[in-house]
Write a protein that binds this ligand. Sequence first.
Ligand code: ADP
Length: 487
Amino acid sequence: SECSGTEELKAKVVPEIKFTKLFINGQFVDAVSGNTFETVDPRTGEVLATVAAGDKADVDLAVKAARHAFDRGPWPRLAGRERAKILMKFADLIDAHAEELATLDSLDAGKLFALGKLLDIPDSAETLRYFAGAADKIHGETLKMSGEMQGYTLREPIGVAGLIIPWNFPSTMFFVKVSPALAAGCTVIVKPAEQTPLSALFYANLAKEAGIPDGVLNVITGFGPTAGAALSSHMDVDKISFTGSTEVGRLVMEAAAKSNLKSVTLELGGKSPLIIFDDADVDMAGEVCVAASRVFVQEGIYDEFVRKSAEKAKSWRVGDPFDPSVDQGPQVDEGQFQKVLSYIEHGKTEGATLLTGGKRCGEKGYYIEPTIFTDVKDDMKIAREEIFGPVMSIMKFKTIEEAIERANNTRYGLAAGVVTNNINTANRMSRSVRAGNIWVNCYFAFDRDCPFGGFKMSGFGKDNGLAALDGFLLTKSVVTPVYDSPW
Ligand code: ADP
């Protein structure tokens, strides 16, 4: 692969980082403890900003504000269309600041700037608009019951929601969680990942400018075991929607159970298979496989697929995320960088064949070469655990039965991809693979109206789609007698 690294930074001048404090009850404030932490530029490993480190005392203040805004404030009581108007304005402000927001995510997370500006940021605004459009279409049912009694259901916001998000899509994940929650009439406390706190704070400021009342949207930056744990174990939080590792998801659910049995949605890890059949167009399969980590290829096209993948990896450009010709930026921080490199070492010692890559790229920053292993066995660590880096494992299979069995031979069930020109194969795979999301002749395709969420140890509940709105609503049944009714 071509590795330009960061010999010469392509960033426009690093902009002034305006928001580095906690956002509680409509104000930017220091942590009660006065503690801060540093977030780094993954292109260089240098400090980008010093950010307030929220902990239990700050979570208490934020929950108090959110509780008050929910119990006494206008937000849940507004007509849906009034909430929608404010959310639409919020969305317009995001579009107006797309360049600055994409810059923040590139600096903080190493995300490709061009993609951020063209996709992540405008998509975030569109997600807000989608849920804003649903805010005035939330309604229950009328139930005839016995005839002497009748009932109806109300759909009510669940209350104060804690939203804990990871670093891989800082903007997208923020709005995947915040949009349905606010549309439903909930008030929220967002805990962004410690690696990527900056855009969340910028969004807090835009929310205020859009007219979201104080206390409705709060942002607590800080670490998981402190700020995140305080949120998931809080007695006054009604719901946690979490995206992150299976390991931490288990802690979140445990904290929820041990405190107030708050409702939980978990979007956890995966080891999603991509299964490519002999009849597939190899070039198309090559395009599709970019984001895949566990690729099963049928024996008839295995050699050709491996050859083409190697070629593709060699032409893949790794470097500064602000350079428009670059395909892949750095890993988000030192921790992730070391973790990915250690998985690569495991792959080598466990006997997989290193086809391409396998090393860091350049001397500075957290760049890793696109890495492909072949001859990977299902029980190797690189085939079983989620890597979250540019590492692909290619495996060979013979029959569709074998593909189904091996694809399902994992504790995870997040997603799966199938590449085939045979409709019967596509249908059979779609129904046989136990995963919450199946991509046929595509991979990693998301949309706000398409529910996303895993099976098995990948979690439960959905992000996106009206199913996500449901996750922030409760159903209340109201029953009353119907006097004088013969029915
Ligand atoms: P990843 O492996 O993608 O970094 P994590 O599950 O470690 O995912 O982190 C996802 C989010 O969960 C982050 O915002 C992180 O701070 C938070 N987190 C980590 N530990 C805990 C915890 N014990 N309780 C609540 N949140 C946590």
